[in-house]
Unconditional design. Structure first.
Length: 412
């Protein structure tokens, strides 16, 4: 379909905002059931199809951004017979007239394009949180293939020192990936061990031990107060631009503003892995119910929002107060949305928490259910090589299970 005249797009079109895994899954699900209904995909980037979880493993595997792209946005759009509006920024949504206002990056003026929709799917994802201590112009994130590519290009110059702020799933995975690629890595977190927001201390202590055993410098219980640009004299030759990371110990339960800072780290790069948040601008414009902590509120069975003819999927939405930030459920979510949009009878989406698997090779961590660090965790199996713990709810029913195993290469 032609994209030269987006103003002419039919008001009966299904409009999808966001060309990540979630948005493309919806397109796949609709096209599996209806090959003719008009679909318009709007994205702020090129719309290329790639598997985002691979970004935390690709540097050590020497895979470039081009290697990770399965299909360009334009090629994928032709295959799916959809209209792709790439490099376009949605500025407003009018739920009364059912129109979307957007501006293309190629437009030389401030003119807006208006297109109508019969149904809309918000698949705009979530974006990294940058605390004030982590200025965006100095700090990287690995949440998008374009930024990943830019960082990878910088790291190609040779072994460098990288500080990662945040030891959740992504930060812990990137730390090992960079180490395997030959870089020096310092991993910093407010908590005493990685994954401490998700798992109990008995489990996270093993993860911390495995991370340290690899040679990663893990600084647990520390808060970064500033990242600034400095110059470092390299072998008595030209000054080399470095980054200074100021940090201090975080006393449990109290503010650390009066705590004496330690000698700052001097590093080549800083990566923020401090969580995700959802921009509320478009949900607010569309009149969609929104929670600042978890994102767009979606109906558990249909994934409809409270706004007429608007659905949500993926990182940007939540079900029953829980953010949906994992890849595994996307296919089932997309199938439900496709059936609902097309008016097909369906049994409703049944959310099943996916298995969470840490990609690190230094230790095997698998989690099922809905884990949370605080809770009644009970040991089921414990040995030097394995730890299995269950999280029991108020009714003594298992709501989550963590299984931690030492890989054979680490066994004595």
């Amino acid at each position: 379909m032609s994209v030269e005249n987006p103003s002419a797009i039919s008001n009966k079109s299904i409009v999808i905002i966001g060309a990540g895994l979630a948005g493309w899954h919806v397109i796949d699900a609709i096209r599996a059931k209806d090959t003719e209904i008009p679909i318009t995909l709007i994205t702020a980037d090129s719309g290329d199809r790639y598997h985002k979880p691979m970004l935390t493993m690709a540097i050590s595997q020497k895979k470039s951004a081009a290697d990770l792209v399965r299909a360009s946005g334009s090629d994928a759009a032709k295959t799916a017979q959809i209209t792709l509006l790439a490099n376009a920024q949605v500025t407003d949504i009018d739920p009364v007239s059912q129109t979307v206002h957007l501006r293309s990056a190629t437009q030389s003026d401030d003119a807006l394009t208006t297109i109508g929709y019969a149904k809309m799917v918000l698949a705009m994802g979530a974006h990294p949180i940058f605390p004030k201590s982590l200025p965006q112009d100095l700090v990287w994130h690995v949440n998008h293939i374009e930024r990943f590519s830019q960082l990878q290009e910088k790291l190609a110059a040779g072994s460098q020192h990288v500080a990662i702020v945040g030891a959740g799933m992504v930060g812990t995975e990137i730390a090992e990936d960079l180490l395997k690629a030959g870089h020096q890595v310092t991993l910093i977190d407010l908590n005493d061990a990685p994954l401490s927001q998700m798992l109990p201390p008995q489990a996270t202590a093993r993860i911390a031990q495995a991370v340290k055993s690899q040679g990663i410098n893990f600084l647990g219980g520390y808060q970064v107060s500033a990242v600034t640009r400095v110059s470092s004299n390299d072998n008595d030759s030209n000054d080399v631009e470095k980054l200074q990371v100021d940090y201090a110990p975080l006393a449990s339960g109290v503010d650390n503003t009066d705590t004496q800072p330690l000698e700052p780290l001097i590093v080549d790069h800083v990566i923020a892995s401090t969580g995700l948040t959802v921009d509320d601008k478009l949900p607010a414009a569309a009149g969609v119910e929104f929670d600042r902590r978890t994102g767009i509120v979606a109906d558990a069975a249909t994934l409809r929002t409270n706004a007429v003819n608007i659905y949500a999927i993926g990182d940007c939405m939540s079900i029953n107060g829980v953010a949906c930030r994992y890849v595994a459920p996307l296919r089932a979510q997309a199938t439900t949305i496709a059936d609902d949009i097309l008016g097909h009878e369906h049994s409703g989406y049944e959310h099943k928490p996916p298995m969470i698997r840490l990609k690190n090779k230094a230790i095997s961590v698998m989690v099922t259910g809905v884990p949370q660090a605080a809770g009644n965790w009970q040991v089921k199996t414990e040995s030097d090589d394995e730890l299995i713990m269950d999280l029991l709810d108020d009714n003594e029913v298992v709501s989550a299970t963590v299984t931690i195993k030492a890989p054979a290469v680490l066994k004595v």
